[in-house]
Design a protein around this ligand. Structure first.
Ligand code: TYD
Ligand code: MG
Length: 459
């Protein structure tokens, strides 16, 4: 019995396992996501799915006696990557870097190889490109690190024995979908392969104290093959986002065992690779239309960093069916704000087509952007510009009241720094406001007051 091969079916959306195949996942209800996963007796014996299973025979230790020097951080040389990792990479951690093909994952990691602390031995395992292609890319990115080794290999066994022999401190596996274990019959990139290979990489990471970055391509449905399976195994999951048509890229942490997940890293893809954007607000606001109706700037917090984002709205008379389309803001939130504007702001936008868009591929999930959204819609509806020097910060409630938001001072400093002259804020601010020389504050209690203050009365 012990040696019998066991087959289970694993959902690529939620990671649930079932004994029998079905068209619909019994756990999450997704269709056609169950894939065969062979668990041979060997892989089961070698460890649990976390890859770092505690060995039997260990005794509980007092928390106070545990050694914390084990968590050693080092800088990757890329400030925005350090920020997302929670202040640098951790020795003995496995980081998954996910993203759509062509977004810049290989570029980012290769650049890291060039910028990481000198003398750290790095092994770049590539299963996608040849050594020559990698060299050409390195030349283009001006990566010139004598301690960088390259290995074009896809067999997980050979990769791990190379790692053991070379004893690098940093390993990059590009990509997890190309590595495979010949003992497993399924094709590279399948759930069984990805899971088993990641598990073996995880074990090597913990045993040898490596820092490993694994690249994972996102499939068409927007998930890495077997996303949940990988996510719960690794220490840190970073997603690289952005549209191929723009040069703006955002690195976001979806999971981080060693830091917070609200920080984002902002990059710009240039001809010599990725460039860190220390002041994203400046980039996001460049090219703003002057004196045009339907645009308003707000300040949202991305982790500890305030970012100015431009919300645009276009309200047009409806043909036959009122449509609302949003990009960069939650659909339900937008519908709520339109309803508040209609009922409390006295503007009949319900019968119009409303389009709301946030510039730069940013997604605003913070209520602090509510007021700017409402003002942008009102400005488009009235066809009156708000002025390029105006920003608005505040949450809007269902009674049309403008509510306070957190860390208003920090947001206002950033707004003032970027040269804005006027800012609409909640009348009852939570904290004591500093005074800003160049920035005139316009405190408002409700939506009606806000519209009257910046767009004037009447239609
Ligand atoms: P790449 O890192 O190969 O993407 P991934 O590994 O995520 O699939 O990035 C490829 C894209 O980046 C490609 O479309 C070209 C662009 N790029 C630049 O614009 N400048 C550069 O210096 C490099 C190396 C790539
Ligand atoms: Mg690549």
């Amino acid at each position: 019995m012990a040696n019998r091969q066991k087959t289970v079916y694993c959902c690529s959306e939620c990671g649930a396992e079932t004994a029998n195949w079905a068209g619909k996942c019994p756990s999450c209800g997704a269709w056609n996501t169950l894939a065969e996963l062979r668990l041979d007796a060997g892989s089961r014996r070698r460890g649990s799915s976390s890859g770092a299973a505690p060995r039997y025979g260990q005794k509980p230790k007092r928390l106070a006696d545990l050694d914390t020097t084990a968590e050693i951080r080092f800088s990757t040389g890329i400030s925005e990557l350090d920020r997302v990792l929670g202040g640098g990479a951790v020795v003995g951690s496995l980081v998954l870097v996910g993203g759509a093909p062509g977004i810049g994952k290989s570029t980012l990691l290769l650049q890291m190889c060039g910028l990481a602390e000198q003398g750290k031995k790095i092994l770049y395992v590539t299963g996608e490109e040849s050594e020559r292609q990698l060299k050409l890319r390195a030349l283009r990115l001006a990566v010139d690190n004598p301690a960088l080794y390259v290995l074009a290999e896809t067999d997980i066994g050979s990769i791990l024995s190379c790692v053991e022999e070379l004893q690098p401190e940093i390993v990059i596996v590009d990509s997890v979908q190309t590595v495979s274990d010949p003992e497993i019959s399924s094709a590279p990139g399948s759930i069984s392969q990805v899971r088993e290979c990641t598990m073996r990489i995880m074990r090597a990471t913990k045993e040898q104290g490596l820092t490993v970055f694994v690249v994972g391509h996102i499939t068409k449905e927007g998930s890495i093959a077997g996303p949940k399976i990988l996510e719960h195994m690794v220490d840190c999951v970073l997603y690289f986002e952005g549209e191929n048509s723009t040069s703006f890229r955002i690195l976001r942490a979806a999971k981080n065992r060693f830091g917070s997940t609200n920080e984002i890293g902002v990059f710009e893809m240039a001809d010599k690779g990725l460039r860190c954007v220390e002041n994203p607000s400046e980039l996001l606001l460049s090219g703003r239309p002057e004196n045009s109706p339907g645009t308003c700037v707000s300040c949202v917090m991305e982790g500890t960093r305030p970012i100015l984002a431009e919300v645009q709205a276009l309200v047009t008379p409806s043909g036959y069916n009122a449509a609302r389309r949003c990009n960069g803001i939650d659909y339900n939130r937008a519908a709520m704000l339109l309803a508040v504007l209609e009922k409390r702001g006295g503007m009949p936008v319900g019968g119009c087509d409303s389009y709301i868009n946030v510039i730069g591929g940013l997604f605003l999930d913070e209520p602090a952007a509510d007021l700017a959204t409402i003002l942008a819609v009102a400005s488009s509806f009235l066809d009156r510009p708000l002025g390029a020097d105006l920003a608005a910060i505040g949450e809007v409630g269902l009674s049309g009241e403008i509510r306070s938001v957190s860390v208003l001072n920090q947001r206002l400093s950033e707004t003032a720094r970027l040269g804005f002259k006027r800012c609409v804020i909640p009348a009852r601010a939570r904290d004591d406001l500093r005074s800003f020389e160049q920035l005139k504050l316009i405190p408002v209690k409700n939506v009606g007051e806000a519209i009257a203050a910046v767009l004037g009365k009447g239609r």
